[in-house]
Design a protein around this ligand. Structure first.
Ligand code: AGP
Length: 606
């Protein structure tokens, strides 16, 4: 998730684009750049780090361009540095491109273009777009037609804006599976990945749909389909403040990020099949045990990962709190693989665990959401999650994308170690590919029916809460409890339901909400008896279950229905209502949900 901004008008396009990029830094902030045409020459400025680094560079340029495009980056391909920052140019240096999304077939396109004599400067997927347009312009096409032809060769998700030295008055842009909006002004027009970029100039907005493109000049905006046919678009009036717009109209980043999970999981799944080929595959074959190290929510993802890997690849897995791992004497040998999970890639305890393991000769695979972060630099291999920037301290979309990366890793290890048949692999990957739409269906239903919202209204004055799950959903009970604790400050405990009778059942009375995770899986019957035990102690039972689980629905005081799926994949669906439950309770209590007390988004100290 990056931020794109463009401007065509009478004012200094550089300043307007820089201000717009600052408004979009919540979409990515590891590097930034701007391109514009000054006295007939294309100029490109780009810098790694926050936008102020770029601004410092740009302030030395005194030109007053009236057309410019800009980009603030959240790296997916290629380290955050000055070269990989956008805009990217072609061999002639006359075409500049900014892009948000992932070009899945960029490796193949790059090879074809290199065979035609193109030279590439960056490690990004984006740069192929500039060279593809160059190829089309060589055939005599104008910029608009060249962009359309190039777009037809791209696979993946892309929002793109392009300027060309020979057509200095316009910006050509297009979108497919990545957002792009156009701001309509008086004698000036804007484009951006999101409305906050230009809301202080205009709130008249054209929302581009997938497979649409536009030519933007100072005095007009024309929208077309990818065959070049004119498309009539409605101009919408946006009633939001800038702060509201940055949250996409949501009240908090946390609820926005909960609703971003279907796309984040889909982006994390896409392009990841056969991530371990050749030497890496041999590596996966060689290991006879895996140690997962992580903290907080990432640790809970690791616990789910243990179920995935042991069930599918039959490799023994231990999961440690990194803060404990570094002080116990972990038995590591050359056949031990360490999997370090971290959203930020900067968590001190997880880093220290990685360094300890490496000192003892282990190989480390990191699962991380931030390209270029310390853990990705110290690990031998990194599997990236594509959650985009996670602003809210309470981790939600990073968690479900970590589950996606762990599941793909487990299927891959099972395939390489011949623990699953090709048809089983196909069945599992198909089930995984259906998860984003099942998550979306649940969230859309919740927006309409407010089931979880209304249940939360019943419990926001609770002093305590108990979360129970079994098998692959026991870690989800832990995660649900953590979410409630960290943003509503209500004491909550997650427990493997089978443990209840060994102690926590003593906590249950008529004031105790007991959240039970009970999909129709191999432990369903056991969970039903646990619900009966809780009901026998007058506990208020909130059940996350499937529509056809009649016994549970009869027993529970409140029911939240989720779709059916493979039993190993239920955590993707069972965690979402628990995230929402915690969110609504914290919101009802009036807390700053995105910045809870005593917590930091990335814990870089021991
Ligand atoms: C989760 O909501 C918290 N923000 C916290 O527990 C977090 O998961 C933990 O600090 C680990 O962070 P990391 O994934 O960036 O390493």
């Amino acid at each position: 998730m990056c931020g794109i901004v463009g401007y065509a008008g009478k004012d200094n396009a550089k300043n307007i684009v820089i201000n717009g990029l600052k408004r979009l830094e919540y979409r990515g902030y590891d590097s930034a750049g701007v391109a514009f045409i000054d006295s007939g020459k294309l100029k490109v400025y780009k810098k790694s780090g926050r936008i102020r680094n770029l601004e410092f560079e740009l302030n030395r340029d005194l030109s007053l361009p009236q057309v410019a495009i800009g980009h603030t980056r959240w790296a997916t391909h290629g380290e955050p540095n000055d070269i990989n920052a956008h805009p990217h140019t072609d061999c002639t240096g006359k075409i500049a491109v900014v892009h948000n999304g992932i070009i899945e077939n960029f490796t193949k396109l790059k090879k074809e273009l290199e065979l035609k004599g193109h030279t590439f400067k960056s490690k990004t997927d984006t740069e192929v777009i500039a060279h593809l347009i160059e190829e089309e312009i060589k055939t005599g096409k104008d910029l608009f037609k060249a962009v359309l032809s190039a777009a037809r060769k791209l696979k993946g998700s892309f929002a793109v804006a392009v300027i060309y030295e020979k057509e200095p008055d316009k910006i050509v842009c297009l979108r497919k599976d990545s957002p792009l909006v156009i701001g309509v002004g008086e004698g000036e027009n804007f484009l951006a990945s999101d409305v906050p970029a230009f809301l202080s100039y205009t709130n008249r907005v054209i929302f581009l749909d997938d497979n649409e493109c536009a030519i933007i000049t100072a005095d007009k905006v024309n929208v077309f389909d990818l065959n070049g046919n004119i498309v009539t678009k409605e101009i919408k009036q946006i009633p939001w403040s800038i702060a509201q717009a940055e949250k996409g109209g949501y009240k908090h980043f946390m609820i926005k990020e909960i609703y971003e999970q279907p796309k984040a999981v889909a982006d994390t799944i896409s392009g990841k099949l056969s991530m371990f080929a050749g030497q890496k595959a041999a590596l996966l074959k060689a290991f006879n045990k895996i140690q997962i190290v992580a903290c907080g929510t990432s640790y809970h993802a690791g616990l789910v990962g243990k179920f995935f890997i042991e069930s599918l690849a039959a490799i023994p897995v231990s999961v440690d709190y990194a803060s404990e791992y570094r002080y116990r004497n972990p038995i590591i040998d050359k056949n031990t693989l360490i999997v370090a999970i971290s959203q930020s890639g900067e968590t001190a305890d997880t880093l220290a665990a990685v360094r300890l393991a490496k000192e003892r000769g282990a190989k480390v695979v990191a699962i991380c959401n931030v390209i270029g972060s310390t853990i990705t630099r110290e690990a031998d291999y990194t599997i990236y999650t594509h959650a985009g920037p996670e602003i809210s301290v309470a981790s939600t979309k990073a968690f479900t994308t970590q589950l996606a990366a762990l599941f793909l890793f487990a299927v891959e290890a099972a395939r390489i170690r011949e623990k699953i048949s090709p048809s089983e692999e196909e069945r599992l990957l198909k089930a995984l590919s259906e998860i984003p739409s099942k998550m979306k269906a649940f969230l859309d239903k919740e927006s309409k029916n407010k089931t979880v919202h209304n249940i939360a209204l019943e419990f926001y004055n609770s002093q305590d809460a108990l979360y129970l799950g079994r098998f692959v959903n026991y870690p989800i009970a832990l995660e649900g409890a953590l979410k409630l604790k960290e943003i509503s400050y209500i004491h909550a405990e997650g427990y493997p339901a089978g443990e209840m009778k060994h102690g926590p059942i003593a906590l249950i009375d008529e004031k105790m909400p007991v959240v039970v995770i009970t999909p129709k899986d191999r432990v369903y019957e056991k969970m039903v008896s646990n619900i009966e035990e809780a009901k026998a102690r007058k506990g208020k039972v909130i059940a996350v279950t499937n529509p056809n689980c009649t016994e549970v629905k009869k027993l529970a005081d409140y029911t939240i229905e989720i779709a059916e799926t493979e039993e190993l994949l239920y955590p993707f669906l069972t965690v979402v209502p628990l995230q929402l439950f915690a969110y609504h309770i914290a919101d009802f209590l009036g807390y700053d949900v995105d910045q809870p007390r005593n917590l930091a988004k990335s814990v870089t100290v021991e």
